[in-house]
Design a protein around this ligand. Structure first.
Ligand code: SF4
Length: 392
């Protein structure tokens, strides 16, 4: 049984007090240990050209020198080489540098069966020549609203929207063609600033790409909500009315046949949606929910497909590697490298990786660290939301 299935069989029962926390922890712990990683995501540079209001990370100096000194390139090559077929490697930011592209080319030639993806804010175009003879399997360029709201959320200087659109304009030049599985997507992080913009963003991005007239700018729009972790995030976190708007917008777009995914990591927002559609309806959707591997639960709410990734089972998602080649837990990005070097922050680091580290060993250590320091808190948050749902 995968971890998501175990979650579905366990956490609603925990919320209904049919079993205790210790049993739930043991069941989930066993399942996440069994589920071998198929994703490595790397934070290959901690400096960013922007400091968005919804960003999980604080401002940071460049970590390129630290990455080179810690042999991040060899460490990634070693671990990616141990991934099973049909796995993925994700460059999750913050910005992409020419040496990253050289490394991605090398990784692809050594492990052709792994899919390679990049999340970017559109500024990759400044190094587009580095992509010569290299095509990504997947490129995501985040769009956070219509011009005014995207810039309000991302960039007081007002340049970010144009950079994002320029990134989308050229995205097909650096990704495989769709018939070979290449995808261009856009992630929209919803906050109080942009929650009304979802339909306008879909109108703007599911539109013919003028550089590639047979194709739209994007193949998929991914809608998610922010998990507030930095003081700058707090004032723009969503409340009940905002979630209702998000839900109705996604419903309209999915009904129109557009590929729009609603992905929730934040359990509070799942609870707000449950309140919006009604607790009884939500209970039924939980009974019929589907589980996928690697921590994904699919719910259908009034015809809307929603993917929920409970944080309690986060290690089933994959292995997260920081810019200094440390293996870290989810949300460690909230802290700077200097903070994470302090023993007081030790719980965020799983291990300092070496050039011969084992992937299975890394997974075992990940699960153990998560269980020891984080799983119970997330389980309590998830159970509290479901308790409200069952109390009606
Ligand atoms: S959200 Fe992305 S583009 Fe914005 S500051 Fe964070 S890493 Fe940079």
């Amino acid at each position: 049984m995968n971890a998501a299935e175990t979650w579905l069989n366990t956490i609603p029962a925990l919320a209904r007090e049919e079993l205790g926390m210790e049993i739930a922890e043991n069941r989930l712990g066993g399942s996440i240990l069994e589920e071998k990683p198929r994703l490595i995501n790397a934070l290959m540079e901690r400096y960013c050209t922007l400091q968005c209001k919804h960003c999980l990370l604080p401002e940071h100096h460049s970590t390129s020198k630290i990455s080179r000194e810690s042999r991040l390139d060899n460490i990634l090559a070693n671990l990616v080489g141990q991934l099973p077929e049909k796995s993925s490697f994700l460059h999750e930011g913050r910005i992409v540098l020419p040496w990253h592209i050289q490394l991605l080319k090398k990784l692809k030639s050594e492990t052709p069966n792994v899919l390679f993806g990049l999340i970017d804010n559109g500024t990759y175009t400044r190094i587009i020549k580095s992509f010569r003879n290299y095509q990504l399997d997947w490129l995501d360029i985040s769009c956070d609203g219509i011009r005014e709201n995207h810039n309000a959320q991302r960039d007081p200087n007002g340049k970010s929207y144009d950079q994002m659109m320029n990134g989308l304009l050229h995205a097909r030049d650096v990704t495989k063609p769709p018939e070979q599985g290449g995808r261009v997507t856009s992630l929209m992080t919803i906050t109080t600033l942009n929650h009304k913009d979802i339909k306008r963003v879909a109108d703007d991005l599911f539109k013919q790409n003028t550089n590639h007239p047979a194709l739209d700018y994007i193949d998929e729009l991914h809608i998610t909500t922010m998990s507030p972790k930095q003081p700058i995030n707090y004032s723009i976190d969503l409340e009940s009315g905002h979630m209702a708007t998000v839900f109705e917008s996604v419903k309209e777009l999915q009904d129109a046949g557009l590929i729009v995914y609603l992905r929730l990591y934040n359990t509070k927002h799942l609870g707000l949606l449950a309140r919006h559609i009604g607790y009884k309806t939500f209970q039924k959707s939980l009974e019929h929910a589907k589980s996928y591997s690697h921590g994904i639960i699919e719910l259908e709410l009034e015809g809307v497909q929603l993917y929920y990734m409970p944080s309690s089972i986060w290690p089933s998602e994959g292995i997260f590697i920081d810019a200094n080649a440390s293996q870290r837990v989810a949300y460690a990005q909230v802290h700077t490298l200097e903070q994470l070097n302090d023993p007081a922050y030790a719980k965020y680091t799983v291990q300092q990786l070496k050039e011969d580290s084992g992937l299975e060993d890394a997974h075992r250590k990940n699960v153990s660290q998560w269980r020891k320091h984080f799983m119970k808190d997330f389980l309590e948050q998830e159970t509290a939301v479901l308790r409200e749902v069952y109390a009606g």
